[in-house]
Design a protein around this ligand. Structure first.
Ligand SMILES: [Zn+2]
Length: 316
């Protein structure tokens, strides 16, 4: 995913928490996270892009790439919450009936789990250290790690990050797909480019360009917002998924299935063209985009909320 998509998704995840109907105790946890995020929101565009711009672990930590194995053995797939588009679209995927291999050295799930721990660890250290202590992490530092976490969580939802076919080669439809999302965000939301941040609406979220409000009604971004407003928020990672690692494994497995729904078997970077890539599969580009972006926002909200609550419960 590209820079503005990553930042926009992190903001939308916080908005999702702000709009959610939560139990009383959870409401307080969410409120403190929302306030904290908004205090540091000018760093989101940079922080959520840090993994691509500075760390550059794209080939290993931004991906978990699957290859189907056609030897008659059945694949094992973790469950997702049934509200997820990934779950609904992939229910009847024929690839569910066959096993798979995962590319060597791919570790997106480990990366998400470890950064989630790192956020909580740093918050705990900060609470325990005296002001001015040389080992106390500062808020800007922790915010950057939190924004980085949303990057890796979002990448798990990108179908081509979970598919071993080489779609960055040939006509680079991997890049083209991500451009579709980034271009749409840049088209409708106002960017303060010289300060590397969005302009904000009164609630503190990316500001929609007033002159484009009518057009926005037909944008898939608007449909993402509408779909999420109808989806109840829950902190569940899905049955039997106990931690961020399990949850991200389930996401990546389903992203792989979704990738094959969009670009069916028999196609790869050698035969997919700029003319046919959007229409080869059983799912349209718009439905794929809505699924990826909705589920990514929901997942970032869940992960953020659960790690923040873990820290807050410890603090008591
Ligand atoms: Zn990435």
């Amino acid at each position: 995913m590209k820079q503005y998509s990553h930042a926009w998704l992190a903001f939308m995840a916080i908005k999702r928490l702000e709009d959610a109907e939560l139990a009383k105790a959870d409401e307080a946890y969410a409120a403190s996270l929302i306030k904290w995020f908004k205090d540091y929101k000018d760093g989101v565009i940079q922080g959520a892009w840090y993994p691509d711009m500075i760390i550059k672990d794209m080939a290993t930590s931004h991906v978990l790439k699957f290859t189907p194995v056609k030897d008659g053995s059945k694949g094992s797939f973790k469950k997702l919450p049934d509200t997820y588009f990934l779950c609904r679209h992939c229910k009847n995927s024929p690839l569910k009936n066959c096993s798979y291999t995962v590319d060597k050295d791919n570790n997106l799930t480990d990366r998400c789990e470890s950064i989630a721990h790192s956020v909580v660890d740093n918050l705990k250290m900060q609470t325990s250290e005296e002001k001015g202590s040389p080992i106390a992490p500062n808020n800007n530092h922790i915010a950057t790690i939190l924004f980085m976490l949303s990057h890796y969580v979002a990448d798990a939802h990108v179908p081509f990050h979970c598919d071993s076919r080489r779609f960055s080669e040939g006509k680079n439809i991997h890049g083209k797909l991500e451009d579709v999302w980034d271009d749409e965000i840049k088209k409708y939301f106002l960017l303060d480019k010289s300060n590397e941040r969005f302009f904000y609406n009164p609630q503190g979220y990316p500001l929609l360009d007033k002159g484009k409000e009518t057009l926005y009604k037909d944008s898939f971004l608007k449909k993402v917002e509408e779909n999420l407003s109808k989806r109840d928020f829950s902190d569940s990672f899905g049955t039997d998924n106990k931690n961020v690692w399990d949850f991200m494994s389930a996401i990546c497995q389903h992203s792989y299935l979704l990738s094959y729904m969009f670009i069916p078997e028999g196609n790869d970077h050698t035969n997919v063209t700029t003319a046919n890539w959007k229409t080869l599969g059983a799912i349209s580009l718009e439905d794929l985009s809505i699924a990826v972006l909705c589920d990514a926002i929901d997942s970032i909200a869940k992960v953020y909320f659960r790690i923040w609550r873990r820290y807050k419960k410890w603090e008591k």
